[in-house]
Design a binder for this molecule. Sequence first.
Ligand code: AMP
Length: 480
Amino acid sequence: MRFLKSSSCHTPANPFYDVREECGIFGVFNHAEASNLTYLGLYALQHRGQEGAGICSSDGRQLYIEKSMGLVADIFTEKRLKRLPGYMAIGHNRYSTAGSSVLKNVQPIVANFALGPLALAHNGNIVNAVELRRDLEEQGAIFQSTSDSEVIVHLIAHAKGNDPYERIIQALHKVSGAFSLLILNEKELIAVRDPYGVRPMCLGEVDGAYVVTSETCALDLINAAYIRDIEPGEMLIIDENGMRSVKALTSCKKAHCIFEFIYFSRPDSYIFGYQNVNEIRKEFGRQLAREAPVDADLVIPVPDSGVPAAIGFSEESGIHFDFGLIRNHYVGRTFIEPKQSIRHFGVKIKLNPVKKLLEGKRVIVVDDSIVRGTTSKKIVKMIREVGGAREVHLRISSPPTIGPCFYGIDTPTRQELIASTHLIEEIRKFVTADSLAYMSIEGIKRIVPDSGNFCRACFDNDYPIGFPGEHLEQLEFMFR
Ligand code: AMP
């Protein structure tokens, strides 16, 4: 889900996006404790969005909605969960920037249209939302939020016919971008995935109830069994008669997000055809050790994102692994902090080196990615100056991040991505490491099964889903 916001340098009719969007979704049909399960599902998916969350339930007669800013466990008190009766529910975790931090943008979005009430939860970004919104507003649509997901709701309302599925399909044919969607009305749960399958989405089962969610870690928490992934372009309709699958959108080329494997999904999850994220990350680490070996005494991860790759690096190189940096788990991901000054401070409050381990050692530090380079710089400095390491060798288990994501991963503009404007040697100097190496794109291809089915635009600028009427540069200007 991506957001639209007005700005003094753009007319209100031409709002522009704020790209910092990552989300988690969870839905359940036919369970006496639908809302409680959704709460647990969102809890397991908290890493996909920490800014706000919501649950919408149905008892077969009407929809009930509770949503708020904040973390799942803080929002959903027992009292609030009791206000969500029914045997079906959908939920959403949202991650966004300060500019868009408003309750009206928290999902599920609930609206009434000709065929009755509907709630929608969206993970992904719609790349033609500006154009669609402009057209809809010209036709008289009044938007309640600045969320691109609301565009889908309006498109469904504007579509023709008495068949809700047909209306949803008509609407989604106009939409370009990434969407894993859950839609709830009084009597059914509908799940749809974009034709490229950009964001993960899977189907599970617990106590005879169907569950649809972003990652399998949400299934695990509620003891649900994994059944299968929702296919790209597939629509699942789940109601009292059971489950039906409809080929809603033609899928020509899959474009699963490679960054889900690298950073975003939880390591215990199985995504994109039941591939374990932890295993893939460990393989990335092994590959990195083969591609960029270095003589050293110790391999340490940047916790938590670098842990599996560091273990793989250690296994492959035979160099001892240990936790040389300790993370304070009660601090949010530093990347979320909107202000540069806070982000700099954030690294220190989040990570502390273990001097006893590092003193006098030649240390290999493994992380999953470098974005702006600011965290890496702080970490290298900390390991050397506070930890007392003799040498610091930085190894990154992904290729240089040179392109922003327009499909639902929080990345800054191209100008802010250090690897888009600097050579590796320049980055090494900036982060003050003794050596720096990234994994190659070839290495990724070797490790990831069916790697041709992945979007790697952040590493190769090859964007699989086109942008309407705009050159990439123009679009990026809009994104700023
Ligand atoms: P930076 O200081 O900007 O280079 O940030 C690098 C750190 O950000 C690495 O430790 C990554 O694990 C982490 N990271 C990468 N992508 C994201 C993201 N989309 N959201 C939050 N953190 C991220």
